[in-house]
Design a binder for this molecule. Structure first.
Ligand SMILES: [Zn+2]
Length: 61
């Protein structure tokens, strides 16, 4: 299965719809995977406006 990143919230998933924001605009052209385990205590999560734990792409094209 090809992983894709959501263009809106940057969450990485394997479906054609983002499981978080339900956006269908996903891209398989992404880079810089970060795993956020504790969104409340993560500067990266704060910078990316991530509120849920998971795997996110820093850059989505
Ligand atoms: Zn999303």
């Amino acid at each position: 299965m090809t992983e894709k990143a959501c263009r809106q919230c940057h969450l990485i998933s394997q479906g054609s719809t983002c499981p978080d924001c339900k956006n269908t605009s996903l891209s398989d052209d992404f880079s810089g995977v970060v795993i956020i385990l504790d969104p409340k205590d993560s500067a990266i999560a704060h910078a990316m406006k991530v509120e849920k734990k998971g795997r996110y792409a820093l850059r989505v094209r």
